[in-house]
Design a protein around this ligand. Structure first.
Ligand SMILES: CCCCCC/C=C/CC(=O)SCCNC(=O)CCNC(=O)[C@H](O)C(C)(C)COP(=O)(O)OP(=O)(O)OC[C@H]1O[C@@H](n2cnc3c(N)ncnc32)[C@H](O)[C@@H]1OP(=O)(O)O
Length: 289
């Protein structure tokens, strides 16, 4: 409830939490966890996630992300968005594990509703979305990239990308799976989902999780040149085509949003799933020590 009110305030009052300012002719607005700048080709915004240390998609981050997208959708001068990260070496660590561990069912339901909302807004966006994947991109991080129309990834073998949910002892929801199938085909998706494969950039390119791999210092310039190419297509025909390609996948979640929330809430509340998440979080901690 409080988040919904904050969302309305941010969206309509615009400048209270989300500041809009002019910098060298470029416009920018920033929430705490998402920075949006208009720069480069006309009509293009660059959206940078900045939720250190790993750009995990906490409830606050999801909300700010969704609001920023909504603002851009409402700004008729914006035709394309480059999605990238301000956290060195990390695109996004995906959903915030601490939102799914040790909380109550009402919290899980609220969290999942916001995950769905961001996904629907990204996946069905009328704007051209290009991701400049400049770091690790597991699970929900990969999901963000998969929503884009084109994916450029930095050629750094330390960075991996994929839907690795099964490694955590959880299961990718059907709409994550559908988008994976749409992107890499049924056989590759089936194998990668079961194994929880995290692909290196070269592997991701081979299997089709990303469209291009370039030297790390060229990720942004490549994303911009890709955007320029896409901007040359008339919006109405591109948008109608995108809608035709994506509508069925989006509709299958829209039809059953409430059931999906209930399914998530009961799944994630199970003792066995909480135990798996606990073990995974411990493993992340031990990796450091
Ligand atoms: C029907 C039911 C359906 C259920 C479906 C639920 C779907 C879930 C989709 C998801 O997105 S689940 C999240 C999956 N994410 C991951 O597996 C990524 C885990 N993280 C990593 O592998 C690494 O952290 C990294 C991203 C490769 C970065 O490595 P690095 O060495 O740079 O940092 P760390 O030291 O590992 O991490 C720093 C700090 O951040 C914490 N952290 C990492 N990832 C997350 C996360 N996703 N959520 C919350 N917190 C995260 C990590 O624990 C460290 O915390 P500390 O307090 O500093 O120890």
């Amino acid at each position: 409830m409080a988040l919904a009110a904050a969302r309305r305030l941010l969206l309509h009052a615009g400048s209270r939490l989300g500041r809009r300012e002019a910098v060298d002719g470029a416009r920018r607005f920033a929430n705490k966890r998402v920075l949006v700048e208009t720069e480069g080709p006309a009509g293009v915004a660059v959206m940078k996630l900045r939720n250190p240390p790993v750009n995990s998609l906490s409830l606050e981050c999801l909300t700010e992300f969704t609001i920023s997208l909504e603002k851009l959708e409402n700004d008729k001068s914006i035709r394309g968005v480059i999605l990238t990260s301000e956290c060195p070496g990390i695109f996004s660590a995906g959903l915030d594990l601490l939102e799914m561990y040790g909380r109550n069912p009402a919290h899980y339901a609220e969290y999942w509703k916001n995950v769905q909302e961001l996904w629907l807004r990204l996946y069905t966006s009328n704007m051209i979305l290009v991701s400049a994947i400049n770091g690790a991109s597991p699970a929900g991080g990969c999901l963000l990239a998969l929503c884009c129309d084109y994916r450029v990834m930095a050629d750094n073998p330390k960075y991996t990308i994929g839907l690795n949910e099964s490694l955590l002892g959880i299961v990718a929801p059907f709409w994550f799976k559908d988008m994976y199938v749409n992107t890499i085909g049924h056989r590759e998706a089936e194998r990668a989902l079961q194994l929880g494969t995290l692909f290196s950039p070269a592997e991701a390119l081979k299997v089709g999780v990303v469209d291009e791999v370039v030297p790390e210092d060229q990720v942004h310039s490549k994303a911009r040149s890709v955007m320029t190419k896409w901007l040359a297509i008339p919006d109405h025909s591109r948008q109608l085509t995108k809608n035709m390609m994506r509508k069925a996948t989006a509709d299958s979640l829209i039809k059953q949003r409430e059931a999906d929330i209930q399914n998530f809430t009961s799944f994630i509340s199970k003792d066995s799933i909480q135990k798996s998440l606990h073990m995974y979080l411990e493993k992340l901690k031990q990796k450091k020590g």
